[in-house]
Every structure is written in structure tokens, then in C-alpha cells.
Design a protein around this ligand. Structure first.
Ligand code: GDP
Ligand code: IMO
Ligand code: MG
Length: 427
């Protein structure tokens, strides 16, 4: 056995949490490898509905190790709250570990996320304001604090004595904001370190040993490829490094790329996006609103509660993400949301300045001018939420899935027709 990566193929919220929860049945370890608590991964099961921000979606299986890898930035308060909430709802977190190399999200990251957004004004990225962008910027600037420092009071003091004056200079001189007081911040973070110490491990060696034993490891991506720093609609992207692309999984967990055997790309049966940036198939009319509100899990952000922008399936953008991730199989989610539409559109190309564009452009300026070329599909107007075999889907729904499969250029192995674990068709 080897490692399988699950990535989001669009602008996030494709149902990665739900797919990881399903695929984890065969895995020994489930590990998050990138981003921070800007992610919101929803799992619906017999205990209720859970929105996980840092804890991997495998946590509901008591016999599987759940790891937060070195590629993640961890807000200690958010992680402790998440652990406490899971425990209070009857979910054990005894099998959860955090990498000693993971970055720690600090209060100045939260402040700077908000202040930078204010400065951007009309050009704001509409971030989740979880401090994740500034935390990754510090990682790259070599100003980060890692979990290994957090759990060692002396190391933390030395690191904070170096970093905090730089951050306070930014806060005071650039943003005219009050500085953060050293002792108060230090004491709070020493306390976090004490509480999180039992969870901190060399997670990459845990993963390597499992792979050596022939066990399957599931690597859970965050966000979506169109939000990726390199591949996405820059600058309207998220800042994670390592990237949330499949290639980032090896780096963010501490294994070699040759150990990744399969890449599962998760795609919605249509598109959504939260935050600013171009989205060619966005529907600003009533149809967009119907998609947003249809079905058992309306399209509102799991992290911020913001309404998600909705539009028809964009095959140009989605196929691009198959290519940049090396997706070997796709999962198509939320097919049931389209159950009541008489007609469904799929964007197969863009029209740009009178010509036809079939590849995903590099700049947001070009993407903002791209007009979708639609192909119309007949709707099925039947409830699919109880269907468990592909052949039992209405003919029109089968044709829709098969057409998307052709446009993506990779097999669709799972079709999801509801938020719960068993509401899936495995092909
Ligand atoms: P993630 O960030 O990729 O894990 O996705 P989110 O959890 O942010 O958003 C996906 C939403 O769709 C959640 O509310 C899920 O419960 C829900 N969901 C997942 N799969 C399906 C499906 O097949 N049908 C419906 N109706 N909802 C789904
Ligand atoms: P999951 O893992 C959807 C978006 C934000 C914003 C941009 C930058 O649940 O799919 P950031 O706070 O990361 O600096 O914001 O990225 N964004 C997401 N959108 N799903 C996510 O995660 C997202 N994480 C960040 O809305 O547009
Ligand atoms: Mg989400």
C-alpha cells in the first residue's frame, strides 16, 4: 500500500472532508498536509454535523491515526477548541498528533490579516481573516515559530524575543496599531505549549513507518487548486506553502513524491467560490440563488458562514486542475443539488475577444474577460439522494456524469448524492 492524496479540484469546498471520511475506511492514517484553519471540512454522521478546521476528517474512526503535518499552520486556541468540541460530542481525539515542525499561528498574524485586507481596500482578497496568509508569509520569511518551539518555554522565549519587536514595528509604524505586550503573549503561548505537548510528535516518521509496513495513508488536502498560490487565480488565492496541490502533500507530510500512488480530485457537479476573484460561470441571477439554497447542505462557508458564489460546471478550469495535480480518479459531489433543474449548463470553453479559449489563462485580467461557452444538458428532475448504484441514476444524470468524465479526462469513481457517508455511488 502507499499514499493517496485527496485534493480539491475547484475553488474549495468541493466536499473533501466528506470524501476523506468515506475513503478513510481503507486507510490506517489520515493526515492534513497544508493550509490552516481557513479550511472548513464538513462531515455529517450519526453524531451530527461537524465542521473541522485543523483536525483531519478521519477523526471519527477511533482505530485510525490522525495527523496534522509539518505543512500546516496551527492556531493553538483553534486546535484546543476543536479537540474540546469533538470530545464533548463523544469523539475521541486520543489518536490525534501534530507535527513538531508545523508552524504556529500567532495573534499578530490575525491582526495583520485584517489590517492588510483594509489596506487593499477595493482590491481586498476577502480572506477568511484567520491569519493564515501572514503566518505562511512569516514561514517563508524565516520568522515563523514551530510546534517544537511552542512546547519548549526557553526556545519560545528566544524566538519571540527576536520576532515580536519586528511585528510590533509593523503594527505601530506602518498600521498605527497598538503593539502586543511580550510577557502576556509569552505566558499565553507557554500555556498553549503545555496543553498541546501531549499531541506533538515527529509525524513524518510515523507516516514513513506506516508506509514501510504496507499500510495505506490518506493525505487530506485543503482549499482547491484554483486557489493555489502557483496554479490558481493569483493574486486571488490562498497562501499555503506547501501547496494544496497533490505535489504539496509529499512536502507537507515529509515523504517522497514516489510514495504517492493515487491522486483523487474532488469536484462539485457545478462551481462555487467564496471571496474575491474572477469566476467565469458565476450566476448572479435567481438560478445561482437556487443552487445556493437547494438540498440538505446550502452553500454557505463552513469557516466564515459567507454565502458561496455559485455557477455552472466549468470544464476548462476543472480539467486544468486534473492536469496540474495529476489526478488519477475524480469524485463528483453534490449531484443531488441539480435534481430539480429542467436544464443544466456545462462550460466547455471560453470565448475571449472574439476567439475561442480552451486552456485556463494565467492572469485574472484575461479570466475576467472570458465568457463561458455553454453546452446544455437535459435535467432529470428526480430525487437521486437514495440512489446507490450508477445504473439506478436517471438516464439524464448518468449522461451528465459521463460527459463531465469525458471533459475532465479521468474516471469518476465516486458520485456523491448527499452529505452523509453512505450517500455515495462507487463505480
Ligand atoms: P470541503 O471544504 O471540501 O471539505 O467542503 P465543505 O465541507 O466546506 O463543503 C461541502 C458541503 O457540501 C458540506 O456542507 C457537505 O456536508 C456537503 N456535501 C458533501 N457532499 C455532498 C453531496 O453529495 N450532496 C449534498 N447535498 N451535500 C454534500
Ligand atoms: P476548504 O479547505 C473555500 C479562500 C478565501 C479567500 C482566499 C484567501 O474548506 O476548501 P485566506 O484566508 O486563505 O487567506 O483567503 O481563499 N479560501 C477558501 N475558500 N474553501 C476553503 O477551504 C478556503 N480557504 C481559503 O475565501 O477567497
Ligand atoms: Mg470547506
Amino acid at each position: 500500500m502507499s499514499a493517496i492524496v485527496v485534493i480539491g479540484g475547484q475553488w474549495g469546498d468541493e466536499g473533501k472532508g466528506r470524501m476523506v471520511d468515506l475513503l478513510a475506511q481503507d486507510a490506517a492514517i489520515v493526515a492534513r498536509y497544508s493550509a490552516g484553519d481557513n479550511a472548513g471540512h464538513t462531515i455529517v454522521n450519526h453524531l451530527g454535523k461537524f465542521a473541522l478546521h485543523l483536525v483531519p476528517a478521519g477523526i471519527f474512526y477511533p482505530d485510525k491515526l490522525c495527523l496534522i503535518g509539518n505543512g500546516v499552520v496551527v492556531n493553538p486556541q483553534v486546535l484546543l477548541d476543536e479537540i474540546q468540541q469533538l470530545e464533548s460530542r463523544g469523539v475521541s481525539t486520543k489518536h490525534l498528533y501534530v507535527s513538531d515542525r508545523a508552524q504556529v499561528l500567532m495573534p499578530y498574524h490575525l491582526l495583520l490579516d485584517g489590517l492588510e485586507e483594509q489596506v487593499r481596500g477595493a482590491g481586498a482578497l476577502e480572506t477568511t481573516r484567520r491569519g493564515v496568509g501572514p503566518a505562511f508569509a512569516d514561514k517563508v520569511a524565516r520568522l515563523g515559530i514551530r510546534m517544537a518551539d511552542l512546547i519548549d518555554a526557553e526556545a519560545l522565549r528566544a524566538r519571540l524575543e527576536f520576532v515580536l519587536p519586528l511585528k510590533n514595528a509593523l503594527l505601530e509604524r506602518l498600521y498605527e496599531a497598538p503593539p502586543l505586550e511580550f510577557e502576556e503573549l509569552y505566558r499565553a503561548y507557554v500555556d498553549y505549549g503545555c496543553r498541546l505537548k501531549p499531541y506533538v510528535r515527529d509525524t513524518s516518521s510515523i507516516v514513513r513507518q506506516a508506509l514501510d509496513r504496507g499500510e495505506q495513508v490518506l493525505l487530506e488536502g485543503a482549499q482547491g487548486s484554483l486557489l493555489d498560490l502557483d496554479a490558481g487565480t493569483y493574486p486571488y488565492v490562498t497562501s499555503s506553502t506547501p501547496s494544496s496541490l497533490a505535489a504539496g502533500a509529499a512536502v507537507g507530510i515529509g515523504i517522497g513524491p514516489t510514495q504517492i500512488e493515487r491522486v483523487v480530485g474532488v469536484y462539485k457537479a457545478y462551481m462555487t467560490r467564496v471571496g474575491a476573484g474572477p469566476m467565469p460561470t458565476e450566476l448572479l441571477d435567481e438560478t445561482g440563488d437556487i443552487i445556493r439554497r437547494e438540498g440538505p447542505a446550502p452553500e454557505f462557508g463552513a469557516t466564515t458562514g459567507r454565502p458561496r458564489r455559485c455557477g455552472w460546471f466549468d470544464a476548462v478550469a476543472s480539467r486544468y486542475s486534473v492536469l496540474v495535480n495529476g489526478v488519477t480518479a475524480a469524485a463528483l459531489t453534490r449531484l443531488d443539488v441539480l435534481d430539480n433543474f429542467p436544464a443544466i449548463q456545462v462550460c466547455t470553453a471560453y470565448e475571449l475577444d472574439g476567439g475561442r479559449l480552451e486552456s485556463f489563462p494565467a492572469t485574472t485580467a484575461v479570466l475576467a474577460r472570458a465568457k463561458p461557452v455553454f453546452e446544455e444538458h437535459r435535467g432529470w428532475r428526480k430525487d437521486t439522494s437514495d440512489v446507490r448504484r450508477f445504473g439506478d441514476l436517471p438516464k439524464e444524470a448518468q449522461a451528465y456524469v459521463e460527459r463531465i468524465e469525458g471533459l475532465l479526462g479521468c474516471p469518476i469513481e465516486v458520485v456523491s448524492v448527499g452529505p452523509e457517508r453512505d450517500q455515495a455511488i462507487r463505480r
